[in-house]
Ligand binder design. Structure first.
Ligand SMILES: *Cc1c(COP(=O)(O)O)cnc(C)c1O
Length: 505
């Protein structure tokens, strides 16, 4: 075993990992990376098919990001945001605000009214997705207490299967029993409501087909009705929800659960109508992961342009909520914020929320929250460079092509009887494995169907991690057509290999 692997075995405790299994074999030790390729200590190469747990955008060792970091290193790596401002954090905050409000600004040409209360103008920096959500949660809680008056007990509504991070507040908003149940005693109670999981929806009357369940589902939007009902009950109790918390377009850790078009708009309208703030957790979906958006993509690739005005910059499509025309009150960003280079997160919110924390010093309305590395210069420099890449024409074109490539290759998976659902949203896809697609019969978690398929993929030089029986693909944006083919090809062969032996037994 390699010396580094021995050290790892001796001392490193890995996240979300049964360490007894881990210690049974030599781990892959990554030494370097370039583009979508990771290289281990033995010089073996792998495709990074989950973008290093959903963080990497432009590929590894990107010359522009490297250069931006080196430039920043020549000045300073870190000084505290407690008491001081700094160059890249100020600039990044301005860019994030621009990115988050594009759509809103357009709407404002007709009516400036929307501007004052729904624009995201303030940025609170922290370190990762969980902390970005803690900040949103605490701000929403305190804002609600201050605006609804003392005695208010703010409550939150989030989606079934929700995952918002692993700190105690974020876990409270989550509803993944496997991860969260053990900590029940530590948590506050948040209500959950049905998420639109069309493939396994009890209201979907359609028989299984060889297509994304969202397309052929037969239902009456009962999932929207459930949100309405929850909000109505809260109102009857005399305690409207303080906030509705959601991942736009696709719930990631829940198992890559995509939302049918229009769902988000409907449910957020309902929640807002009942006085709830909207908390968009775009830790996974942010920064273009959910696709470029049809209109922008077509214009950028020169195809027939049914577009908005030329002043409508594509940056608006960097969030899933913008794609659905939803303007949240809180926007949590992390994973891809630095292009996957450094841990950094941001929680964006409105002037109204900000104002509720203003007062004389001795009123103690201050937001008493912060982290040592808040506003870190290296992270912010990487974030700025990443945003510049993202909004450039080359990246947009590459993402349009990548989305098409992925769609084309994923189609081939429908031939496999153990593939029940293939769900793609932009540049992320989940493939749900089942015993038989005709019955949708699931594998038990203990059968480790997803893990076995991913292990077989690794033997083929493609690295990703499953969520239960869902294998996910989330290629870095620089992934070439040939590499997409290799990723999906490895998935296909691995499913065939793993379940061929299982049929025979
Ligand atoms: C990963 C993730 C988080 C948590 O982010 P960390 O950086 O791991 O703390 C929160 N929400 C969503 C949607 C995520 O995908």
């Amino acid at each position: 075993m390699h010396k580094l692997a021995q050290l790892d075995h001796a001392h490193v405790w890995h996240p979300f990992t049964q360490m007894r299994d881990w210690l049974k074999r030599e781990p892959i030790v990554i030494m370097s990376g370039r583009g979508a390729v990771l290289r281990d200590v033995y010089g073996r190469e792998y495709l990074d098919a989950n973008a290093s747990i959903w963080t990497n955008l432009h590929g590894h060792n990107h010359p522009k990001l490297n250069a931006a970091l080196k430039r920043q290193l020549g000045k300073i790596a870190h000084s505290s945001a407690l008491g001081f401002a700094n160059e890249p954090a100020s600039q990044l905050a301005a860019k994030l605000v621009e990115m988050a409000n594009g759509k809103c600004r357009m709407a404002n040409r007709d009516g400036a009214r929307a501007k004052s209360n729904s624009q995201l103008t303030k940025v609170f920096f922290s370190d990762d997705g969980s902390t970005a959500m803690e900040v949103a949660l605490k701000l929403a809680y305190e804002f609600t207490r201050r605006t609804r008056g003392p005695g208010t007990k703010p409550r939150f509504l989030s989606l079934a299967g929700a995952y918002h991070g692993d700190t105690v507040g974020a876990v409270s908003l989550g509803h993944v029993d496997l991860f969260h149940k053990a900590y029940g005693g530590l948590l506050f109670k948040a209500d959950q409501v049905m998420a639109p999981y069309c493939y396994r929806c009890p209201f979907n009357k359609a028989k299984p087909e060889r297509a994304d369940a969202r397309e052929y589902r037969k239902c009456n939007w009962e999932c929207v009705g459930k949100v309405e009902a929850k909000c109505a009950v809260a109102r009857k109790r005399g305690n409207d929800y303080a906030a509705f918390v959601f991942e736009p377009l696709m719930q990631g850790a829940a198992g890559m659960i995509p939302q049918p078009a229009g769902w988000l708009k409907r449910v957020t309208d309902i929640a807002r109508g009942h006085g709830a703030l909207l908390v968009a957790d775009e830790v996974m979906t942010g920064f273009g992961r959910t696709g470029v958006g049809e209109k922008v993509g077509k214009r950028q690739s020169g195809i027939g342009a049914r577009t908005h005005s030329p002043t409508f910059p594509p940056a608006h499509f960097l969030t899933g909520s913008a794609t659905e025309g939803v303007q949240p009150d809180f926007l949590a960003l992390a994973k891809g914020l630095t292009g996957g280079y450094l841990p950094m997160a941001a929680t964006l919110t409105t002037q109204a929320v900000f104002d509720a924390f203003l007062g004389e010093y001795e009123e103690f309305k201050t937001f008493f929250h912060g982290h040592s590395f808040t506003g870190n210069q290296l992270g912010a420099a990487a974030g700025l460079a990443s945003l510049e890449l993202l909004t450039g024409a080359a990246s947009i074109q590459a993402r349009v092509r990548l989305e098409d490539d992925l769609r084309r290759e994923l189609k081939l998976l429908w031939e496999l009887p153990n593939v029940g659902d293939v769900r793609q949203v932009g540049l992320v896809a989940g493939v749900e494995l089942v015993r038989d697609w005709r019955t949708r019969e699931p594998f038990a978690l203990a059968e480790r169907a997803g893990i076995r398929v991913c292990e077989a993929m690794a033997r083929r030089g493609v690295l990703t991690r499953p969520i239960g029986s869902v294998v996910l693909l989330m290629p870095p944006y620089c992934t070439s057509r040939a590499q997409v083919r290799q990723m999906v090809g490895a998935l296909r062969e691995s499913v065939e290999e793993v379940f061929a032996s299982c049929d025979r037994s």
